[in-house]
Design a protein around this ligand. Structure first.
Ligand code: IPM
Ligand code: MN
Length: 354
């Protein structure tokens, strides 16, 4: 029995979650997967009512599930940072989801702003470290509010943290087995961040010796942004830090057709670890309740959830169905211009999966 906690969240989160669950139901029936869903109402509305983002004991409770499925968090009446920190980052940290896996895949029929590039060119995966760097919240103010104010925001890198993400990325590259060749590119800024990224670089070199079948490659982050636009076909798998990963994956989302198609997983790959899957688009308050938002990212996140749970062929069925729908049905990936409603897209994918 596969136990899944769902947090549909705010705005359009519940709408896209419904479509992902529709597709899960279809594939589970087809492949005889037994699963159990428990819904949690965490998000902006609950916070406005109760004053708390995650109630006492919630993290422990969530850690009992095989996986968490997250719709979206973000509420126009809640100050920025509260839900992000209190829910998303809290769960990533507390559940030690140290891998943020973000595939950059251009599905057939999806428009990319990169002229002349197609699905065969835009197909790589970013392995973003998810628990260290500037995200730890270490820092403070001195003489706050005065002309002499000092603020610090410390980036943390540990040998263990570097090693586990790099090892995961090498394993991932090995398994991905790209016909174009296995290449893992470390993306960092060793020419300026001469302490933290030196540790990262040395760790990368050490771990690379165990993976002679994978090309160990390096790009500075600024150059990486350039290559992602100019020659995205160069990349197979990228491993990078939390902050750089945050930034380059938004660029990645754009070249793969936008936030409506970009999915990600916050993964704790250890035995018994609880991973959390989400679409990268936010809660899109202005489209809430209109049945116009694109659920493809949410459905792709469900495929990632199944893949992480070892249901590879079911995950694959969903991905193939997505490709048919984007390639032969949808007019656009933008909300309101897809040629179908949110729920119709869900129906199309579910039908193909069956
Ligand atoms: C993401 C988001 C989060 C991040 C925010 C909402 C805290 O941008 O998942 O990429 O910075 O990691
Ligand atoms: Mn981001």
């Amino acid at each position: 029995m596969y136990k899944i906690a769902t947090i549909p969240g705010d705005g359009t989160g519940p709408e896209v979650t419904d479509e992902a669950l529709k597709v899960l139901e279809a594939v589970a029936k087809k492949d005889s997967i037994e699963y159990q869903l428990t819904h949690y109402d965490f998000g902006g509305d609950r916070y406005l009512k109760t004053g708390e983002v995650l109630p006492e004991g919630a993290v422990d409770e969530l850690s009992q599930y095989n996986a968490i499925y997250l719709g979206a968090v973000g509420h126009p009446e809640v100050a920025p940072g509260i839900l992000e920190k209190g829910l998303l980052l809290e769960l990533r940290f507390q559940l030690d989801q140290y891998v943020n896996l973000r595939p950059v895949t251009l599905y057939p029929g999806v428009e990319t702003p990169l002229v002349g590039k197609g699905p065969e060119d835009i197909d790589f995966v970013v392995v973003r470290e998810n628990t260290e760097d500037m995200y730890c919240g270490i820092g403070g103010f001195v003489r706050k509010g005065t002309a002499d104010e000092i603020a610090t925001q410390t980036a943390i890198y540990t040998r263990k943290g570097c090693e586990r993400i790099i090892r995961y990325a090498f394993e991932y590259t090995r398994k991905r087995d790209n016909p174009k060749g296995k290449r893992l590119t470390l993306v960092a800024k060793t020419n300026v961040l001469t302490f933290g990224h030196d540790l990262l670089w040395r760790t990368f070199q050490d771990v690379a010796t165990e993976y002679s079948d994978v090309e160990a490659d390096y790009n500075h982050v600024d150059a990486c942004c350039m290559w992602m636009v100019k020659n995205p076909e160069y990349y197979d798998v990228i491993v990078t830090t939390n902050m750089f990963g945050d930034i380059i994956t938004d660029l990645g989302a754009m070249i793969q057709g936008g936030m409506g198609v970009a999915a990600g997983g916050n993964i704790n790959p250890e035995l018994g670890g609880t991973s959390m899957f989400e679409c990268m688009g936010g809660s899109a308050p202005k489209y809430t309740g209109q049945n116009v938002i694109n659920p493809i990212a949410a459905i792709a996140a469900m495929a990632m959830l199944l893949d992480q749970g070892g249901h590879w062929s079911s995950a694959n069925k969903i991905t193939e169905a997505i490709k048919v729908v984007t390639g032969t049905k949808m007019k656009s990936q933008s909300a309101g211009r897809m040629g179908y409603t949110t729920s119709e897209i869900g129906d199309l994918v579910a039908e193909l999966v069956r």
